[in-house]
Design a protein around this ligand. Structure first.
Ligand SMILES: O=C(O)[C@H]1O[C@H](OP(=O)(O)OP(=O)(O)OC[C@H]2O[C@@H](n3ccc(=O)[nH]c3=O)[C@H](O)[C@@H]2O)[C@H](O)[C@@H](O)[C@H]1O
Length: 437
């Protein structure tokens, strides 16, 4: 702005243009008028340029600096053409199909679940705020993939109640698959606000709209294995204590489970929470260890491998995406209807929580060995102490409840799953000549 002002000040007064005038007073007045006219003229030009820049710039709604506020971005939605796309995407195309709003549809699990539902002939509408927690171009690529199979992703935030209400006005969703969240265990120390914003405020915003919808949908949503926190009893069972979270991420997921209880109790919403155990696979999240280990091994960069005190093993119950998708679909298919209407409970409703894991924890160092073999590159291992930033030493799921009630039966071991991931990774980043950021 100061540059523009100084530019304005620099406009020459073109002396001599008004030589006819004799009187110095008239002369000065004319010069003054002339300068004023030019000043006005240039002001209009600059104002015009600023307006053009403002309206044409793709970042007319720039992401706010504070990432916890990034989803406060405003989005364009509404209008007859938009409503037509929403309706068409959510249209059920199979006998006995369901109509599902998938939040976080451009995310890792969201993309896979949306594609699987669409393949069955269910109606699917995606919702995603495309935030920049990790490379948004990967989210755009997933969006393009879904678009090709007929799934429209509405660009918007779960905290936008007006948008959510509009979606329920346009489509009577039978189910909501709620996967939009701020993920990542360690990032919670950097940006705690984003966890509260998405995992707590966002969840409440969604449930508020669901409770008032007529008919109320049944909701299946992503909780996390991290709720077991410092629990040492293995394998983790749904009955075990979950009141010792080790990260704010875990605490917000645990809070989500309690919030789910409240909305089930007061409004009769049917709610199912799925505790995912370190999900991995093609189209995965670049912030997760298996993903950035692959990138850094290929780049020849050293990778930090955590170990617990006294060289204790750090292990995860890594679960392959296709197994998780089967669990999600089974949870949707077995979800009973919500019982309320018009914001009032009419009777007790279903409230469930399931572990979706693989039941075979693998040490992180073994994960690296598998990657080395698949990539045919030796990793530069940098063994370091497990930082005190939210990580737990191990996870191990007891899945008997999900087995019994959902027919959940994971069938992909880490070796097989990583092979599929590496194949995808190499074709996505090398085939497409993209650099993994
Ligand atoms: O199950 C969940 O509920 C969570 O799973 C996932 O968290 P985690 O299990 O922590 O996955 P991830 O970061 O890939 O670390 C994997 C392993 O590598 C170790 N690890 C990690 C980083 C590193 O630099 N070095 C290292 O050894 C690390 O100690 C760990 O043992 C999701 O990200 C999270 O969103 C949530 O869904």
């Amino acid at each position: 702005m100061s540059k523009q002002m100084s530019h304005l000040d620099d406009i020459p007064s073109t002396p001599g243009k008004f030589k006819m005038e004799k009187s110095p007073f008239v002369h000065n007045r004319l010069r003054w008028h002339s300068s004023l006219a030019k000043l006005t003229f240039w002001s209009f030009i600059f104002l015009g340029l600023i307006l053009i820049f403002f309206f044409r710039s793709p970042s007319s709604n720039p992401l706010p600096q504070d990432p916890s506020r990034r989803s406060l971005r405003t989005y364009n939605w509404g209008g007859p053409a938009w409503e037509k796309r929403v309706r068409s995407s959510a249209r059920v195309r199979s006998h006995n199909g369901i109509s599902v709003l998938v939040t976080g549809a451009a995310g890792f699990v969201g993309t896979h679940v949306s594609a699987a539902l669409k393949r069955r002939g269910d109606g699917v509408l995606g919702l995603d705020n495309f935030n920049d927690y990790y490379d948004p171009s990967l989210k755009r690529a997933r969006q393009a993939l879904l678009e090709r199979s007929g799934v429209f992703i509405v660009e918007g935030d779960i905290n936008d109640s007006a948008l959510l209400r509009k979606l329920f006005e346009v489509v009577a969703f039978t189910h909501v698959m709620h996967l939009a969240a701020q993920a990542g265990v360690r990032y919670a120390m950097e940006n705690p606000g984003s966890y509260v914003h998405s995992n707590i405020a966002g969840l409440v915003s969604l449930l508020e709209v669901c409770k008032s919808a007529n008919p109320q949908p049944a909701i299946v949503w992503a909780s996390s294995s991290s709720v077991y926190g410092l629990n040492t009893k293995v394998p983790f069972s749904e009955k075990d204590r979950t009141d010792q979270p080790a990260s704010l991420y875990a605490a917000t997921k645990k809070a989500g489970e309690e919030i789910a209880h409240t909305y089930n109790h007061i409004y009769g919403l049917s709610l199912t929470g799925l505790r995912f155990f370190t999900v991995y696979g093609p189209w995965g999240r670049p912030d997760m260890a298996y993903f950035f280990f692959t990138r850094d091994i290929l780049k020849g960069k050293s990778i930090p491998i955590f170990e617990a005190a006294n060289h204790g093993t750090v292990a995860r119950d890594f679960t392959y995406i296709d197994d998780i998708v089967k669990g999600c679909l089974a949870a949707l298919d077995t979800a009973e209807k919500s019982t309320g209407s018009g914001g009032k409970k009419k009777g007790p409703a279903q409230l469930r929580v399931y572990n979706l894991g693989n039941t075979s924890p693998v040490p992180v160092s073994d994960l690296v060995s598998i990657l080395e073999k698949l990539l045919k590159v030796n990793a530069k291992r940098d063994i370091m102490k497990l930082p005190r930033n939210g990580d737990v030493q191990f996870t191990h799921a007891n899945i008997s409840l999900a087995q019994r009630e959902l027919g959940y039966k994971p069938s992909t071991d880490l070796q097989t799953g990583l092979k599929k991931f590496v194949r995808w990774y190499l074709s996505y980043y090398n085939g497409g000549k993209k650099a993994a950021g």
